[in-house]
Ligand binder design. Structure first.
Ligand SMILES: O=C(O)CNC(=O)[C@H](CS)NC(=O)CCC(=O)C(=O)O
Length: 277
């Protein structure tokens, strides 16, 4: 299976973002990709709650979801929409940060709400309070596909090895980690985190990414790290897209998963680590 990772610079305009992504998905499919992955908050990257409230929709009404489902069906491809910001109807007005796996019939094969919220003070100038705007999910998700079981994660989730371990123990051979990583933590941690998750689990790790300085109509400037990456089950970096937007391709070979796990069967050597009191 040939997978294509998108690296994009989403603005806070869902209509413009959808047009850009559809053109890239069409190009990826034309180049033979059967599985295309987009980054976190594909539909709208914004630091303004007011702007998000204005432009985000519910899952039922979201034009990015509808547009990409139709395109997946038209092209007959699998599509991971890394995530969409969606209205939830919660009284506090918080959104869901939700990833969708779309099958070649255009159906939602699986969806996952980001579990770990990025509530972090990176330094004096950069602080994030994701849980102000988004409500966390509470369930891990593995989805069956003809090219293997896919475990869904989003961005900051990459720092939680037990989530990835659980997905692998549940049968996942491919882990998706769409991101909008911060430039400071990206520089320090992004690649080693992704490689560690791949090595520990013997899974492919596919991480499409937001990159650059995000155009906005309002709110404060947001910049992201880029470096969309694909990591092999043995830990090699198969793809590093640097800072520029574009499409990166990687071949997924189930035999590479088996080979890595045969060489180091750490998954099978897992023990119960509960501390005795
Ligand atoms: O809020 C949005 O618009 C989209 N979501 C994000 O950008 C999220 C929450 S702020 N970013 C991360 O999780 C970065 C994690 C990260 O950088 C790290 O773990 O170091």
């Amino acid at each position: 299976m040939k997978a294509a990772l998108l690296q994009i610079t989403s603005s806070d305009d869902p209509v413009a973002n959808l047009a850009m992504v559809k053109a890239m998905v069409a190009e990826a499919a034309a180049n033979g990709a059967g599985f295309v992955l987009t980054p976190e908050v594909t539909n709208c990257l914004s630091s303004s709650r007011a702007r998000q409230t204005e432009v985000l929709q519910s899952q039922e009404d979201d034009l990015t979801l509808a547009g990409l489902r139709a395109q997946a069906a038209e092209l007959g491809i699998w599509l991971l929409i890394g995530s969409l910001g969606l209205k939830t109807g919660d009284a506090d007005g918080r959104f869901a940060n939700r990833s969708f796996l779309i099958n070649p019939a255009g159906d939602i094969a699986a969806w996952y709400d980001k579990i770990h919220m990025f509530d972090v003070d990176v330094d004096e100038r950069e602080t994030y309070r994701e849980s102000d705007g988004y409500r966390p999910g509470d369930r891990a998700v593995v989805a069956e596909t003809p090219f293997g079981k896919v475990g869904l994660t989003i961005c900051y989730d990459v720092r939680f090895p037990y989530l990835h371990r659980s997905l692998a123990q549940a049968g996942a051979t491919i882990l998706t980690g769409p991101a909008a990583f911060s430039p400071v933590t990206g520089q320090a941690h992004w690649e080693p985190l992704l490689r560690a998750r791949a090595i520990e689990t013997g899974c492919y790790v596919l991480a499409p990414a937001q990159t650059g300085t995000h155009p906005r109509t309002t709110g404060k400037e947001r910049r992201t790290h880029g470096h969309a990456m694909a990591i092999a089950p043995w830990g090699e970096v198969l793809l590093d897209m640097g800072a520029q937007p574009g499409i990166g391709y990687v071949d997924l070979d189930p035999a590479a998963v088996d080979a890595a796990r045969k060489r180091v069967p750490a998954l099978r050597h897992d023990r119960d680590y509960s501390l005795s009191q």
